[in-house]
Design a protein around this ligand. Structure first.
Ligand code: ADP
Length: 498
């Protein structure tokens, strides 16, 4: 198949979260399985500082953004260790900025225009390169307009009528909402601004555009696919999602073994696998304790946390439990994250009060994220909701036993250390159900108790997690099956219409 990915993030070119990991790895795996894949993304300023050679394709685009024609250039690089082309849409006024979506906690006011440009540039790709595309696979609200434009504007364009659109929801909470007058920026007729299509409580929602117009929808775990069809987790879009329930699939993300593998990871002071993890992790733990200013102690349970400092991730629970634990409990905490300013100060204050027991790094550090996974005994993810979550998968692979809330992708990927699961040899971590500090506290205590006093069980937990296969192969095959269905549906519909 010939597939075009449209996304606002691709690792290692531009990353704020899991979306980048997926769009950096899945296309390469699809290519390995014999498909032709191209990726389209914005040429942010940061892309030019990631050590990849970026060339000009010589192609110039003139794209309608509202009443204006905006010109852009198409640059090209390839995904590392693959021959997958990444086309970067260069438009200095739109993308040559310090941030991806905003600065200092504020979104850029012209984000609608910026991502309309991305969608329009991507849709021109088949014409530029004269290629027969089967599927446009777009991701999150930033690419939500692709299915809508394909369905409306490109419906009768030569070479486009058989192209299917697939839209993946990586996080339903980010909805790409803009004032109604931004409809003019999209270039779509106002008649699409109605509650069944692009309008969402009086605003324009680019996420909804994707949900309504794509031929197939996916999200990044089966449990999240069910959860977002309920009012509790549907963020107001559960009705739309229930209506499209037949076309919605959940496919769990994979781990890019080229980047995340403790046996080859260049960020680590010692490398290890499932047969050498005891020594390897001990060395990584001592090194990280020293690096982060924690007391160097091989026996203390080290709890790691890495992630965006957003409400979603459960930092309020973490802070409550830390306040209870830090004065008395025999445990260390290491935190890496960046995001909402209130969590920066909350965590910064706690770290200042309890040096040696809690170390906090506020920022984005790829290498440190790897070292925390390798050094930690436990890895906590008490998310309010979690579409898939990648860090718990990295934790499994790095032997940092995950302690997670039983939601979304966390529920689908971590098996609780109940007595039955332990004796069946399938346990890999610890679950809790209710989103409250007592539940997190009790579950961390259960995990720490196991770590300190039930070493046989602990070693089994670590080894079971490390032995699991979370590589992209299986997930990529599920995507291909879904692409094939979407293409068939699209072509049947097109032939019926003609
Ligand atoms: P989300 O996409 O909701 O942010 P995921 O768990 O799916 O959460 O993916 C997060 C990705 O971003 C992981 O690769 C994680 O290691 C990385 N990450 C998040 N915050 C940081 C940070 N401060 N420094 C380095 N990597 C980070």
């Amino acid at each position: 198949m010939n597939i075009v990915f449209v996304t606002s993030e691709v690792a290692p070119l531009a990353k704020t979260g899991g979306l980048a990991d997926v769009c950096g790895a899945l296309p390469a795996e699809l290519a390995r399985q014999g498909h032709r894949v191209s990726v389209v993304m914005p040429a942010y300023r940061g892309c030019f500082h990631q050590g990849l050679a970026i060339q000009d394709t010589g192609h110039r685009l003139e794209l309608p953004i509202g009443q204006r024609l905006v010109s852009a250039q198409l640059l090209e690089t390839t995904l590392p260790e693959s021959d997958v082309p990444v086309y970067l849409v260069q438009q200095a006024a739109f993308f040559d900025r310090p941030g991806l979506y905003g600065e200092g906690g504020r979104d850029y006011p012209d984000n609608c225009e910026r991502f309309v440009l991305l969608a329009r540039a991507a849709l021109e790709l088949p014409r530029f390169f004269d290629m027969a595309v089967d599927v446009f696979h777009s991701h999150d609200w930033q690419a939500g307009l692709v299915p809508a434009l394909l369905n409306i504007e490109y419906r009768h364009a030569r070479g486009y009528s058989g192209i299917a659109s697939v839209f993946t929801i990586h996080n339903l909470a980010y909805q790409g909402c803009f004032p109604s007058w931004d409809m003019a920026v999209t270039g779509l007729d106002w008649r699409y601004f109605n509650y069944r299509q692009l309008e969402f409580y009086g605003q324009l929602s680019l996420l909804k555009a994707g949900l309504v117009f794509a031929d197939a929808l996916t999200t990044v775990s089966p449990t999240y696919a069910r959860e977002i069809q309920t009012p509790e987790q549907g963020y107001g879009l559960d009705g739309v999602l229930r209506e499209r329930g037949e076309s919605l699939t959940g496919i769990v993300n994979g781990v890019d073994g080229r980047v995340w593998d403790p046996a080859t990871d260049q960020h680590l002071p010692a490398r290890y696998d499932v047969t050498t993890w005891q020594e390897g992790k001990a060395e990584c733990k001592a090194a990280l304790q020293a690096e982060m200013g924690l007391a160097v102690d091989p026996f203390v349970p080290l709890i790691g946390l890495v992630g965006r400092l957003a409400d979603q991730k459960g930092w309020d629970l973490v802070a409550q439990v830390m306040r209870r634990w830090l004065p008395h409990e025999y445990a260390q905490w290491v935190v890496l994250g960046t995001g909402q300013p209130e969590y920066h100060s909350l965590l910064g204050d706690l770290a200042a009060q309890f040096p040696g027991k809690l170390s906090v790094r506020l920022g984005f550090h790829e290498g440190l994220a790897h070292r925390i996974e390798a050094a930690s005994d436990l890895f906590a993810m008490p998310s309010r909701y979690e579409p898939c979550g990648l860090n718990q998968l990295y934790s499994l692979k790095y032997g940092a036993v995950p302690v997670v809330r039983n939601t979304g992708g966390l529920a689908d990927t971590v098996t609780d250390a109940s007595a039955a699961h332990l004796s069946a040899g399938v346990a890999t971590g610890f679950h809790f159900d209710h989103y409250d500090a007592d539940a997190l506290d009790a579950t961390l205590r259960r995990a720490v108790h196991c770590y300190r006093f039930q070493r046989g069980d602990w070693e089994k937990l670590v080894a079971t997690g490390m032995s699991q296969d979370w590589s992209w192969g299986q997930s990529a095959r599920q995507y291909v099956a879904m692409y094939e269905q979407a293409v068939e549906r699209k072509r049947n519909a097109a032939s019926q219409a003609s």
